[in-house]
Design a protein around this ligand. Structure first.
Ligand code: IPM
Ligand code: MN
Length: 385
């Protein structure tokens, strides 16, 4: 069994395995309970996750549900001490919980990409988390690096495919270190994989009730296999006549994101392009300090994390911005069916930024725990509702 520490959460202790969303038998009705696996990871992961949980606890108290949690130690420190990266037994245990809350993974003391592949990619693959949902919303024009763009201009969501593409790991390096070295990384797209994420994107777009425009972002003019995206997009689109089908090649899409972000409503794209374009998205909404994501398999265990990395140089300085982690907690609540609680966090975050209570999202502008306190207090005061 995995070595894991139980947090000293004000909500219920996590040691005992209980069925999720338990309701009481017989007498008094027990509160709804969600079981989450907490993976703080590396660098600033621990401090931002702490603030995310702080805000989570505040809404749980208001809305009357419990969040049981188990904290897992995986990341660089644990790996260097034990040579254990992400044990199968821990993954199996997590699979019985309702959600995973991840801080950040990555550390210069470990070979580039190793822990990322073992932990982030390991969780995405193990639980078939085929959607990477990345909302991009600007809350205050002062946070946007683009000239003359207002909150109404930057309001979109990217649906990134999350299990295939060049990430799938098919390929390898042959004759390594020789002049005849060959490196191959195959871009894999299965009909099932493409169709399910495209259908999910149409559904997201339908529910957004905004422009109802779904943009497929690909590179089918150069990568011929991506024709599978073009065809599937059109076919599934027949089920959604109310949604405008739009298309942009990835290079042009990057340009439009910067030039005319107001064009976009919902985007759907293969894994690698989604990775890249959502970093642009993070910048135009105010930076990595606010961008969050959900690695989702609808109806099943899913993982929520800030988009930012572990920023090792800021570790332990209490200077990272935890809003991205707080936003990730908000997305997790949505997934857990706690829409009201999620809305409270959304309102509070928007409020503290709109009103200038938090004026900068840059690391060091505020103390990490100070931002957590500000958002928690705003939640408690019902701010922005
Ligand atoms: C992300 C990250 C990861 C990715 C890395 C850390 C493997 O950049 O979640 O966007 O490329 O998916
Ligand atoms: Mn990325």
């Amino acid at each position: 069994m995995a070595k894991a520490a139980t947090s000293k959460a004000p909500a219920k202790a996590a040691a005992t395995a209980k069925p999720s969303k338990a309701t009481g038998k017989g007498g008094g009705k027990a509160p709804r309970t969600h079981r989450i696996a907490v993976l703080p990871g590396d660098g600033i992961g621990e401090e931002v996750v702490r603030e995310g949980l702080k805000v989570l606890d505040a809404v749980a108290e208001i809305d009357g549900f419990l969040v049981e949690r188990k904290v897992y130690p995986y990341g660089a420190d644990h790996y260097l001490a034990t040579k254990e990266a992400m044990p199968a037994a821990a993954l199996e245990e997590m699979g019985r919980m309702d959600a995973i809350f991840l801080g950040a993974i990555g550390d210069p003391r470990v070979e580039t990409g190793f822990l990322e592949r073992q932990i982030i990619w390991g969780v995405r693959q193990t639980f078939d988390l085929f959607v990477n949902l990345r909302p991009i919303r600007l809350y205050h024009e002062a946070l946007c690096p683009l000239k003359d763009k207002k909150p109404a201009d930057v309001d979109m969501v990217v649906v990134r495919e999350n299990t295939e593409d060049a990430y799938a790991g098919l390929g390898g390096i042959h004759r390594k270190g020789t002049p005849h070295e060959v490196a191959i990384a195959e871009m894999i797209y299965t009909r099932q994989g493409v169709e399910r994420v495209i259908r999910y994107a149409y559904e997201v777009c339908k529910k957004r009730n905004k422009k109802r425009r779904l943009t497929l972002v690909d590179k089918a003019n150069a990568i011929r296999a991506q024709d599978i995206w073009t065809r599937t997009f059109a076919e599934v689109g027949k089920e959604y006549p109310e949604i405008e089908q739009d298309h942009a090649y990835i290079d042009a899409a990057c340009m439009w994101m910067v030039k005319s972000p107001e064009w976009f409503d919902t985007l759907v794209t293969p894994n690698l392009f989604g990775d890249i374009i959502t970093d642009i998205g993070a910048m135009i909404q105010g930076g990595l300090g606010i961008a969050a994501s959900g690695n989702i398999h609808p109806g099943k265990i899913s993982m929520f994390e800030p988009i930012h990395g572990s920023a090792p140089k800021y570790r332990g300085q209490n200077s990272a911005n935890p809003i991205a982690a707080i936003e990730a907690a908000r997305m997790m609540l949505e997934h857990l069916g706690e829409a009201k609680a999620a809305r409270r966090i959304e309102n509070a975050v928007r409020h503290v930024i709109e009103t200038g209570r938090i004026r900068s999202l840059k690391a060091g502008a505020y103390k990490c725990d100070e931002v957590g306190d500000i958002v928690r207090d705003a939640v408690k005061a019902g701010a922005g509702a």
